[in-house]
Design a binder for this molecule. Sequence first.
Ligand SMILES: Cc1cc2nc3c(=O)[nH]c(=O)nc-3n(C[C@H](O)[C@H](O)[C@H](O)COP(=O)(O)OP(=O)(O)OC[C@H]3O[C@@H](n4cnc5c(N)ncnc54)[C@H](O)[C@@H]3O)c2cc1C
Length: 392
Amino acid sequence: MDFRLTAAEARFQREVRDWLVANLPPGWGTPEFRRQDEPAEKVRFARWWQRRLHEGGWAGLHWPPEYGGRGATPLEQFLFAEEYTRAGAPPMIDIGVGPALVGPTLIHHGTEAQKRRFLPTILTGDEVWCQGFSEPNAGSDLAACRTRAELHGDVFHVTGQKIWTSYARFADWCILVVRTDFAAPKHRGLTFLLVDMKTPGITIRPLVEMTGVAWFNEVFFDEVRVPRENVVGEPNQGWQIAITTLAHERAGSAPHARLAGEMRDVVGLARRAGACGDPFWRQRVAQSFIEAEIVRLLAWKQVTETMRRGQPGPEGSCLKLVWSETDQRMKELAIDVEGPYAALARGSRQALDDGRWEYEYLWSRAATIYAGTSEVQRNVIAQRVLGLPRGF
Ligand SMILES: Cc1cc2nc3c(=O)[nH]c(=O)nc-3n(C[C@H](O)[C@H](O)[C@H](O)COP(=O)(O)OP(=O)(O)OC[C@H]3O[C@@H](n4cnc5c(N)ncnc54)[C@H](O)[C@@H]3O)c2cc1C
């Protein structure tokens, strides 16, 4: 692991920091701003912020310059994510599906026409994307996908259902994995489509999460027409394309920077609640602090590995597993410190920190599910990092 920055990297880090200070919207990070819970309002704001990032030259940081990016190295991406998170900057547009997943997938596998059509509007935030991979019986096992697409002339007819599709209600486009050959082995016979969400035959039903907010959705497809030119790669070879998308899902973030900020807030909460005088609570706070520090070191270890190999490897699963479980324990600590007040949600007069920790605790449950569950990460670590034999 190498923590030293070259002069150019340190300059880059300062450039990010200075730009954020100068450009974050006034009042950003205050409770008033945080209270903008209404998803449609958040999406409007995210589009505005994405435009600003683009104008500042920060959108698609790691994309090649010929497609509008800056060709940033994994370390520069990491430093950007660290500074961005440290500054508490707004979440990325469409939780990053467009810039972080669709863009790199099209850059690797798209036709020139697809790149020219879609990449510019991803960078500016003019078009928002969602990821239509999971189905009721195909989550961890994505290759079990049953949504069907049949080619009639030059048009696919898509029928089936996706679930847990974040952002679908606000998305202009969807990356969709469908089955085009039911006779082939399950990893073959899949096709990767770009679907216009305004096409007739698409029905979207919001799913309310236990936080009370509806970010994700069920999406139903009934004979939805998708032109043949919207296939990425070749028909029946969608698995390879989906793997590229998933590889990018686990790369390029800085979870340790968010955890460090939240740790400071949990310590503040413990002080205000009078818990720091008690050795029991002091031990728990110290334990959480140590775990957050381990996440920081793992994040540096991962970026060092990526720099060495030139691309992210299976070690990313160690970081995902450890940060998501550390996150959950930290949020448990916060609500334990709050005691009976933890049951009070935002808007309740007596809620501590305006119910922030109640919300964060519930939301943290998702972290060990999305981008691969903890069990799946453990399988990857066992087989691909430690070289252990496959289970039965
Ligand atoms: C907040 C959030 C946002 C999401 N957004 C999207 C989105 O935008 N688009 C999208 O397509 N999907 C999205 N998902 C879905 C997510 O990708 C799936 O939930 C995830 O892949 C797990 O699939 P599943 O829910 O079907 O669970 P299953 O795969 O059915 O798993 C059920 C349980 O079995 C365990 N399990 C499964 N296989 C194995 C195995 N081989 N070995 C050991 N244990 C195993 C799992 O760990 C889990 O505990 C989102 C999920 C969340 C929580």
